[in-house]
Design a protein around this ligand. Structure first.
Ligand SMILES: Cc1cc2nc3c(=O)[nH]c(=O)nc-3n(C[C@H](O)[C@H](O)[C@H](O)COP(=O)(O)OP(=O)(O)OC[C@H]3O[C@@H](n4cnc5c(N)ncnc54)[C@H](O)[C@@H]3O)c2cc1C
Length: 499
């Protein structure tokens, strides 16, 4: 019987259970990647994501061919492709990883289950991350996570035999260039990370060999973190590297190099958070559109399109915000703190609803991972009710983390010539009007005070408190108290992010 491997956000050969199980069938297999208009033409995925996927597929095609196999693709809806496969081959088994994505991708997967069942065909799904489908209680999450991460890595077969090209249905091709005809909205990145399993391993090796040694020191610095952070995020988000591989290799390195342990421990906690947040979306897919704590929806009732556009285009007149937004447009990545700061700015300082900025940032982040993304957007805009309310002052952030304005000067060329003493508040320059740079969109201290008063006034209501309690029970971390204390000494920031 034919075994079909349906690749989605798992674009790799190594540690790939669906592929492994299909090969065990002992017959030629059919690996497919389908560019589905209904998935790609929504409001979040953008041209930069699809380009990364294409790069990953090109790399994967090379790997398949080195093993005697092949990779097939089509533009269309998955049901059409399955229909074609069924017509050509009759019965088949479909293998895929579970996709812990948005309600949209989950509903598509349910449709595929129904389609297969109606035809008496078998659809086998395998766990991808340390995320559990239909998890009964958050209390069990940690044990399942450990269990999954401790399983042996799945090898790649020496030889992979695939269905011959002229035997596949007409709508499938091994000429991946057809994907260049698939149009996805939004912009490509100008510079930045390139997709593919080889690149992913190269990036990770490079991190574990050397770059990790400054992980803790530079994590909040917008320029230096680009080098000292792992930069694994797009590779994990598009599945060029398995999370289990990342966890196991990091543990090995921690055992081998006690000196760098504190950096790697901190890195490891992020790998854990990855699944912790994706589990949150898995348990409640509505968080992409609905506030975790709806009491906070009373605050941001007016929409200001002009303010949103200025923020999105990096034209707020606040240098750290503009530099971070322009960096995102250019290369699709900024560090955690910059992400938190731009969200806090648009949702708190400017008091705009989190949904549209959340979707817009998803389109810019090359590493867009819905579970992490929407959990963080809601945390940073204060709509969970159980996280610390964080309202950043971008001027202070700049002074603390970019004191010489190197990040600002790199991404806001209008400010390159001004003295460093004015770089974070250029509006204080006597000749500010001569610069081709906007006046600040708001007075930060008074806007932040207004936001803080509003958020706290809601947070203290009975309605917000009781929802927060319920949601914390459902979604909160169960890490033991002493672990939290340990982490706190490592980095104060951690607790607020993890709860
Ligand atoms: C508003 C907002 C939105 C975000 N959206 C995304 C997103 O769509 N995709 C994404 O991968 N990360 C997201 N993050 C988390 C974090 O900023 C990025 O994972 C990190 O900056 C990526 O760089 P890195 O791979 O070098 O990270 P490292 O610090 O080297 O961390 C290694 C990996 O751990 C995971 N990780 C790191 N930080 C976090 C975190 N706080 N929560 C959960 N997992 C984490 C990521 O998979 C990351 O690749 C978001 C953060 C904020 C504040």
């Amino acid at each position: 019987m034919l075994h079909v491997v349906w690749l989605k956000r798992d674009l790799r050969l190594y540690d790939h259970q669906p592929l492994y199980e299909a090969v065990q069938g002992g017959e030629p297999i059919l690996p497919i990647y389908i560019a589905e208009p209904s998935i790609w033409q929504g409001q979040e995925l953008s041209a930069r994501h699809f380009h990364f996927v294409k790069e990953s597929l090109m790399d994967l095609q090379k790997s398949f061919r080195q093993k005697g196999g092949n990779l097939f693709t089509a533009i269309g809806e998955i049901e059409e492709v399955l229909e074609g496969i069924n017509r050509t081959f009759g019965e088949f088994i479909l293998h895929a990883h579970e996709e812990n994505g948005t309600p949209h991708t989950y509903e598509r997967d349910l449709r595929v289950h129904k389609w297969m069942k109606e035809r008496g065909l078998d659809f086998r799904e395998y766990q991808h991350y340390g995320v559990v489908r239909r998890l009964k209680s958050r209390n069990d999450f940690q044990a399942y996570w450990e269990q999954f991460m401790n399983k042996p890595l799945i090898p790649v077969s020496e030889h992979i035999t695939c269905v011959e090209t002229d035997k596949t249905p007409d709508l499938l091709t091994d000429q991946l260039e057809v994907l260049n005809h698939f149009e996805v909205g939004g912009k490509l990145i100008e510079t930045g990370q390139v997709g593919g399993e080889r690149r992913a391993h190269h990036t990770f090796n490079d991190f574990l060999d050397e770059r990790y040694q400054c992980y803790h020191f530079h994590i909040s610095k917008p320029m230096a973190s680009a080098e000292s952070c792992s930069r694994l995020s797009p590779y994990l988000a598009w599945g060029n590297l398995s999370m289990r591989y990342a966890v196991q290799k990091t543990r090995e390195k921690m055992d081998a190099s006690p000196k760098g342990r504190k950096h790697l421990k901190m890195f490891m906690s992020r790998l854990h958070w990855h699944c912790h947040f994706i589990q949150r979306l898995e348990d409640d897919p509505s968080i992409t559109e609905h506030a975790i704590n709806p009491a906070f929806d009373q605050i941001r009732t007016e929409w200001d399109e002009e303010a949103f556009t200025r923020w999105y285009n990096g034209r707020t007149g606040i240098p750290m915000i503009d530099a971070a937004m322009r960096a995102l447009h250019e290369n699709g990545w900024v560090n955690f703190r910059s992400r938190a700061m731009v969200v806090s700015f648009v949702c708190n300082t400017l008091l705009l609803d989190w949904r549209k900025p959340g979707h817009a940032l998803a389109g810019l982040f090359l590493d867009y991972e819905p579970g992490i993304h929407y959990s963080q957007i809601q945390m940073q805009s204060g709509t969970t009710g159980f996280n610390t309310i964080r309202i950043y002052n971008p001027v202070k952030q700049g002074i603390d983390h970019d004191p010489d304005g190197v990040f600002i000067k790199r991404f806001v060329p209008e400010l390159r010539a001004i003295p460093v003493s004015f770089i974070h508040q250029p509006w204080q320059l006597p000749n500010f009007n001569e610069l081709d740079y906007p006046s600040p969109i708001v007075d930060i201290p008074s806007a932040n005070k207004k936001a803080r008063d509003l958020l706290w006034s809601v947070k203290q209501t009975d309605e917000a408190k009781s929802t927060a309690q319920k949601q914390l029970k459902k979604h909160g971390s169960r890490k033991r108290k002493e672990k939290e204390r340990e982490r706190q000494t490592e980095e104060q920031l951690s607790l607020d992010l993890f709860e």
